[in-house]
Ligand binder design. Sequence first.
Ligand code: ATP
Ligand code: MG
Length: 117
Amino acid sequence: MYIIAVTGYKGGVGKTISSIHIARFLSDYGKVLLIDSDPNRSVEKWVKQGDSEPPFKVKNEKSAPAHIVGNDFLILDTPARPDSNELKEISQEANLTILPCIPDAISLDPMLQMFND
Ligand SMILES: Nc1ncnc2c1ncn2[C@@H]1O[C@H](COP(=O)(O)OP(=O)(O)OP(=O)(O)O)[C@@H](O)[C@H]1O
Ligand SMILES: [Mg+2]
């Protein structure tokens, strides 16, 4: 199973929308579980707006453990600013960590801070 985490310290930079697009793309290549670990449940809300079921599963961090086995890809959408322990776990477990960033000074600063952490 290939694990992709989409995370970052800055809010509103496109983590959730990137996670959904990546999940949709990878669903042409295997079974995908998208984990919505944001308490705002943004993925769940986005997905409900469509008029058909997405070709990937969406679970939150509480319900996901029972659905992990059997997937080819696991995508994790995190809330902004996961705490440093959570960040450490994410970076150790994920095969790929994606840090979306808007190219302005206000967004780059938290990105640099994240690299240091
Ligand atoms: N490609 C895009 N073009 C235009 N608007 C976009 C695009 N991607 C995302 N947005 C908008 O940008 C906003 C933030 O996107 P998104 O919710 O994915 O960010 P986020 O990093 O997950 O935010 P949060 O930190 O709150 O979880 C949303 O209102 C979304 O509609
Ligand atoms: Mg989000």
